[in-house]
Design a protein around this ligand. Structure first.
Ligand SMILES: [Zn+2]
Length: 413
């Protein structure tokens, strides 16, 4: 997401010229100096005091709202969305005709998966400034997350017409309408916590089973992370034979995925409905990704994200253990530092299979040995932007190398 930066501050002279008191000018100077040092919290404090004493000077109003936006921006970058939202709401209450904080607020809500709040604020932004391209792009994104593809298309068509150079949006646009070409006649069903889409022919008992599995994952995974639940219903899209590959362009070895919506095939390669246990494993795995993203955004390394999804969705079987032991014996394991990025692009199917197993046993080891509270500490560090190795050290007092050795000792024979 592109960041909306605050524009430059007006000079202090403008305030003194308004015959404001020396005190106001001094506070404004302090605010500007702090802002220039990127100490936005101090800048906000000084501008707020100056603004209160100035009898609502326009210059100070602008300085204060710019500083609030810069502070919110910084907080959002370290995933502290609650604080960012509070500051942006303050900026809006001070200057309700300034569009920028509305757009920024919409972006924060989207990052928190608060889709209906995002839609509300972004529609307001467009009322204030019709044609604001960032607002239209984000509103399209919010409609897309809400699975309202025609409304998303209306926003994005406009943005891309005015500014065809937005290549990221162009990619998302193509992805969305590839999906729409598969999903256009899907049925919908809403439960308290999920919004399901599926082909019309899916029988009643299969649908009911899916709802039951999802609602169980909602409760159980939420509990494991310390009562964490998504703010809005999670979109889940189920595909019939061949449709999953058409919509997602994923190979056969991908069982299901989460890209802001959970997407899963309903059938195996022979066209029979997946049995309850297999469906439970896949949906629970993807639901863990929903919660991980909610907790720490994009800051979670691959091996922790997948290790958690595997550990919380399936028990390690004897066959899994044998496979892991073989991976260690034959040198198919990796330093954890190599398992942080987007491995889907780097690894072939066989390497990926081993990497998933290694991630699974590593998280299973941490989970069994140290429990849930440490894990919650780890997630909190990652959310703040602490690098993974340091976050592991903070919560478990071990290095990556020590962790690799301990896991190999337990599973490598
Ligand atoms: Zn996964």
């Amino acid at each position: 997401m592109r960041i909306i930066l605050a524009v430059g501050l007006a000079a202090a002279a403008a305030v003194t010229a308004l015959a404001a008191t020396q005190d106001v000018a001094r506070l404004n100077d302090l605010g500007i100096a702090a802002y220039d040092q990127k100490d936005y919290a101090t800048a906000v404090e000084n501008f707020r005091a100056a603004y209160a004493r100035s009898g609502s000077s326009k210059t100070l109003e602008r300085n204060l709202t710019n500083a609030l936006q810069a502070l919110a921006n910084e907080q959002a970058e370290s995933s502290n969305y609650d604080a960012a939202i509070t500051n942006l709401e303050q900026a809006i209450s001070i200057a309700p005709d300034n569009v920028a904080p509305f757009v920024q607020l919409g972006a924060c809500f989207l990052r928190q998966n608060r889709v209906s709040d995002a839609i509300f604020r972004l529609e307001e932004a467009i009322e204030i400034e019709p044609g604001n391209l960032d607002a239209h792009e984000l509103l399209g994104k919010a409609y897309y997350e809400d699975n309202d593809l025609p409304s998303a298309r209306a926003q994005w068509d406009y943005v891309l017409q005015v500014d065809p150079s937005r290549t990221k949006l162009q990619e998302l646009y193509e992805k969305a309408f590839r999906e729409e070409s598969v999903e256009w006649d899907f049925q919908r069903k809403s439960t308290r916590n999920f919004s399901l889409s599926y082909p019309g022919e899916v029988p009643y008992d299969v649908r009911n089973r899916l709802v039951r599995i999802l609602e169980t994952a909602y409760r159980e995974v939420g509990t494991q992370f310390g009562r964490v639940y998504p703010p809005d219903p999670v979109q889940v899209i189920f595909y019939g034979p061949d449709q999953f590959a058409q919509a997602t362009q994923m190979d056969g070895h991908v069982g299901a995925l989460y890209d802001g919506k959970i997407r899963s095939p309903l059938t195996d390669e022979r066209g029979s409905y997946l049995d309850e246990e297999e469906m439970r494993r896949r949906l629970t795995h993807e639901y863990v990704h929903v919660i991980v993203r909610q907790l720490a955004g994009g800051n979670v390394p691959w091996w922790i994200n997948e290790g958690l999804a595997e550990t919380l969705s399936s028990q390690l079987t004897d066959a899994d253990r044998a496979e892991v032991a073989k991976a260690y014996a034959e040198g198919h394991t990796y330093p954890l530092s190599q398992l942080e990025g987007d491995l889907l692009r780097e690894f072939d199917a066989k390497q990926l299979r081993y990497a998933y197993r290694q991630a699974h046993v590593t998280i299973a080891y941490l989970w069994q040995r140290y429990g849930r509270t440490r894990l919650q500490g780890l997630m909190a560090d990652l959310a703040r932007g602490v690098p993974p190795q340091e976050a592991i050290r903070n919560s478990y007092h071990i290095s990556y190398e020590q962790l690799e050795r301990a896991v190999q000792q337990q599973f490598g024979r």
